[in-house]
Design a protein around this ligand. Structure first.
Ligand code: KIV
Length: 269
């Protein structure tokens, strides 16, 4: 089992790998590939639940999928992503929602989209034994404020992002996702922080990289400009489904090898 301590030791020595997964089958494939961290991202909203954004995703949905991912994972660190408004409204509720992911669903840590309101929460959760991954730069739960545009392009905003990352490190976060920011800003933040940075659309100089599973394997219909498809799973699935429909329609499936008869039943009809 990977721990947050292992990840901190790996940072700067070898690149850290992280991918999302939302079910046990996918998690077992991701885990078997040797990925260090499986993130049960609230990206499930767009990636597999048919929503236009991550905002509708609920605590119950993340909890149920975190349990499935944890059941499919042997070695990787399982991180549950806290959905919109599950933290930041009421402190006791936030602690309960995050704690539930570890107590009931076997996550090892939570990820919280970071803002000034999550600094003291990060400290509290860390004190209580809930490891927290911070997330700065583009935070998709703020879509109605920022859209999905690259963040930190202007100096002042770049400084804010770097400062937020530093405050979360100080509050006890064990790692920090840097999303869709200029590569030189990400490199500077990585240099300054002692915790690992995990980049997505943040250039090559982060301590690790993360992608959404469906983007990485070529299953998504549309991906962000910084993503890369390392396969054509969509094409493979389409071909398999066409073959299935054709085989049934042509009467080729099921064949004799898929069917059994019981002689005594012949006289019944
Ligand atoms: O929800 C998610 O998948 C994420 C990653 C893109 C970092 O937050």
């Amino acid at each position: 089992m990977t721990t947050v301590r292992d990840l901190r030791a790996k940072a700067g020595e070898e690149p850290i790998t992280m991918l999302t997964a939302y079910d046990a089958v996918t998690a077992s494939l991701v885990d078997a590939a040797g990925v260090d961290i499986v993130l049960v991202g609230d990206s499930m909203g767009n990636a597999v639940m048919g929503y236009d954004s991550t905002l509708p995703v609920t605590v119950d949905e993340v909890a149920s999928r975190t349990g499935a991912v944890a059941r499919g994972t042997e070695d990787a660190l399982v991180v549950a992503d806290m959905p919109f408004l599950s933290v930041g409204v009421d402190r006791a509720d936030a602690v309960e929602h995050c704690g539930r992911m570890l107590k009931e669903e076997n996550a090892h840590a939570v990820k919280v989209e970071s803002g000034p309101h999550t600094v003291s929460l990060t400290e509290r959760l860390t004190d209580l034994g809930v490891p927290v991954m911070a997330h700065v730069g583009l935070t998709p739960q703020q879509v109605h404020q920022t859209g999905y545009a690259r963040q930190g392009v202007e100096k002042e905003r770049a400084r804010e992002i770097a400062e937020l990352a530093r405050e979360h490190e100080e509050a006890g976060a064990f790692a920090c996702v840097l999303e869709h920011i200029p590569a030189n800003l990400a490199a500077g933040i990585t240099e300054k922080l002692s915790i690992p940075t995990i980049g997505i659309g943040a250039g090559p100089e982060c301590d690790g990289q993360v992608l959404v599973f469906t983007d990485a394997v070529g299953l998504s219909e549309g991906s962000p400009p910084f993503a890369e498809a390392f396969g054509d799973v969509r094409g493979e699935m389409e071909a398999a489904l066409d073959s299935y429909v054709e085989a049934v329609e042509d009467g080729e499936f099921p064949g004799p090898e898929h069917s059994r008869t019981v002689d005594e039943l012949d006289e019944l009809y």
